[in-house]
Write a protein that binds this ligand. Structure first.
Ligand SMILES: Nc1ncnc2c1ncn2[C@@H]1O[C@H](COP(=O)(O)OP(=O)(O)OP(=O)(O)O)[C@@H](O)[C@H]1O
Length: 285
């Protein structure tokens, strides 16, 4: 493990915003922290970074690197009137990193930003600003990146691009990443494991697909003419011409797909409908 937090509590004027939170991340792992607005995600990140102290509990860092953690909390902070290169120069200088222009080229290339753009960052798209934020976070060569809502405000193509960047970075740099979000779709496509935080407490944890399967009882199947199927009527709660919502467990899916195939109905997609009340309320640990 690079970072392990155990039994964290945080109180603000007698209000407990974190309750017995434990979380860890190892090299090569992408960890998701899923929680609604106000669940305590940013507070947890600030504690992991050492920006605020927990009321009780401990954070252990196991890394040989000089600055083991890097990241973005809330929004990437940068100088809007400077170019990407100038921003990196300033942040490297403040941290006394002695970066050459070639090092800055490398930092820009690492996150897929052009090395020749000279205009101010205020002209950048949100996705480019996120990339620059990640480049700043990587300056110290950290072993673990903490990214607070890195997909916030991005369109689906921007989300996919940042997702690809994070996956590439983990593979190339052998780092661990903890990502927070309130949207499960954003995390499910990228995270190896998920922690679910609700009202300051971890209410669920597991390998991402297992956790999703555990909290899914309904699936929507799409196929041309599915309403004609005999087998689907046994399970369906809602059938339309080309889609059917069925109540089954994940293990039964292959058998139903095979039966539909035998009926000459070919499924084009199978979408799990997560039970969010269950996901956020049921202790899964
Ligand atoms: N300095 C503070 N003083 C008092 N209460 C605070 C303070 N910082 C955070 N809180 C409260 O702690 C709770 C958790 O806030 P936090 O920002 O960690 O949640 P979050 O999950 O990051 O939410 P969001 O997704 O909206 O950013 C909220 O109820 C918030 O109002």
């Amino acid at each position: 493990m690079i970072i392990t937090a155990e039994g964290l509590y945080k109180r603000y004027r007698n209000v407990e915003v974190l309750k017995d939170v434990s979380i860890s991340c190892k090299a090569g792992q992408i960890v998701g922290l899923l929680g609604k607005n106000g669940a305590g995600k940013s507070t947890l990140f600030k504690i992991l970074f050492g920006l605020i102290k927990p009321s009780s509990g401990n954070v252990h860092i196991h890394s040989s690197r000089k600055k083991p953690l890097g990241g973005i909390i809330e929004k990437p902070a940068m100088y809007e009137y400077l170019s990407a290169r100038e921003n990196l120069r300033v942040f490297a200088k403040v941290q006394k990193l002695g970066f050459s222009e070639a090092d800055i080229d490398l930092s820009l290339q690492k996150v897929g930003l052009p090395i020749d753009r000279k205009d101010p960052v205020k002209n950048f798209s949100l996705g480019m600003k996120q990339r620059l934020g990640i480049a700043v976070a990587l300056l110290n060569n950290p072993e673990c990146l903490l990214l607070d809502e890195p997909f916030s405000g991005l369109d689906p193509i921007g989300i996919k691009a940042i997702r690809t960047l994070i996956i590439d970075l983990v593979a190339r740099e052998k780092i661990g990443v903890i990502i927070s979000s309130h949207i499960i779709d954003e995390l499910s496509k990228i995270c190896d494991v998920l922690y679910v935080i609700n009202k300051g407490a971890i209410v669920g944890y597991g390998e991402t697909q297992t956790l999703i399967a555990k909290n899914t009882a309904l699936y929507t199947l799409y196929a041309s003419g599915i309403y004609q199927s005999k087998i689907i009527k046994k399970y369906a709660s809602e059938v339309k011409k080309n889609s059917a919502q069925i109540k089954i467990s994940q293990e039964d899916i292959p058998q139903i797909l095979q039966q539909l195939n035998e009926e000459g109905i070919f499924i084009t997609s199978c979408v799990p409908e997560i039970d969010f009340d269950q996901l956020f309320e049921t202790p899964d640990l």
